[in-house]
Design a protein around this ligand. Structure first.
Ligand SMILES: Nc1ncnc2c1ncn2[C@@H]1O[C@H](COP(=O)(O)OP(=O)(O)O)[C@@H](O)[C@H]1O
Ligand SMILES: O=P(O)(O)OC[C@H]1O[C@](O)(COP(=O)(O)O)[C@@H](O)[C@@H]1O
Length: 304
């Protein structure tokens, strides 16, 4: 089973305002609500690709109900830990540019934390756990670290898609995969990345620090894959970008599902690239059909 853990899910409220006037009344040209949060997106794409997954994490209030209903309607298995406070709403404003306004996240009470930790005790070494996204501010700074130690103790392999301290904590427990984007990589090492050589240099450090595989995603520029055997660049196919929210999560779903199925890392990278672009080219997350079509249009080149 592939478990995803989303500590800070969200309703992603995508608002289209073609001509945005700040400080004035604007009318929406279109709006859409999606069950979001990084791990939830990963579970949705894993399910779409036919892989067994269960979504875990904290959910509460009317916003939490919306997410549970959406996942139930899509047939995605979930076992969320109920919380008293409302799950957040993240605004994705589409105009000439894409602007994101993410909520901080709800208050999580100690009993709710204990309930989530107890759920993790049933994970076994045959499972994979994907720990994705931010941590609600009411949780202690070292909560991600605690969680990773708990997961590592079960013997399950894990994937980490978070930033800052959480990512540093993950690296020391030998994650199967980490996937920072280029900005997150720069933030982790507190550097400016000026060219591909810089990205390669710091991407390789992710392996040196403990990751078994690392993907550094670069939006429309594709992604770099770092493995013990080599470094690869994957391209993006031509297409019209509609909504890139969840592109990184789709990548993680494609890579993790395929690598568990076939153990073929390059096949997994190919699927991850197709899934990322298929999501960028869709209003919502990618469909299996779109991913399949793009798989033939992605190329991978060995760099080192
Ligand atoms: N504009 C785009 N055109 C084509 N593919 C894209 C685009 N944006 C993202 N993707 C695909 O999705 C992957 C992840 O996107 P990225 O924006 O780097 O991640 P994140 O969503 O984590 O910030 C990219 O490596 C690429 O394969
Ligand atoms: O948990 P965080 O880091 O605040 O991010 C949450 C946001 O990330 C998303 O999962 C999208 O992530 P990506 O675009 O990086 O794939 C949205 O659904 C959600 O609004």
């Amino acid at each position: 089973m592939i478990y995803t853990v989303t500590l800070n899910p969200s309703i992603d409220y995508v608002v289209q305002v073609n001509q945005l006037n700040l400080g004035a009344l604007n009318k929406m040209d279109n709006d859409m609500k999606f069950a979001g949060g990084k791990g939830i997106n990963v579970s949705r794409v894993l399910h779409e690709l036919g892989y067994d997954t269960t979504a875990l994490g904290f959910l509460g209030g009317f916003t939490g109900d919306f997410i549970v209903d959406t996942l139930t309607n899509q047939g995605i298995p979930a076992a969320f830990t109920p919380i008293q406070d409302d799950t957040r709403i993240n605004i994705k404003l589409k105009s000439e540019t894409e602007t994101e306004i993410n909520g901080q996240g709800p208050d999580i009470h100690p009993g709710e934390v204990d309930a989530l930790l107890r759920q993790l005790d049933s994970i076994t070494r045959q499972d994979t756990v994907i720990l994705s996204g931010s941590t609600p501010p009411s949780l202690q700074n070292d909560f991600q670290q605690q969680l990773i130690e708990r997961i590592a103790a079960t013997g399950a392999q894990f994937v980490s898609d978070t930033t800052g301290e959480g990512l540093t904590a993950a690296l020391s427990h030998l994650p199967m995969l980490v996937k920072p984007n280029q900005e997150e990589l720069a933030e982790l090492f507190d550097v400016t990345l000026n060219n591909q050589q810089d990205v390669i240099h710091y991407g390789q450090k992710l392996l040196d620090l403990g990751a078994r595989h690392a993907i550094v995603s670069m939006a429309g520029e594709g992604a770099l894959l770092f493995t013990q055997d080599g470094i690869y660049h994957g391209s993006t196919p031509a297409g019209q970008v509609k909504n890139s929210v969840g592109a990184g999560d789709s990548m993680i779903a494609g890579f993790t599902g395929k690598v568990i199925e076939t153990r073929d890392v390059l096949d997994a990278f190919l699927l991850s690239l197709a899934a990322g672009s298929a999501t960028a080219f869709s209003d919502d997350l990618a469909t299996a059909g779109n991913i399949d079509t793009l798989t033939e249009k992605v190329t991978i080149k060995r760099l080192a």
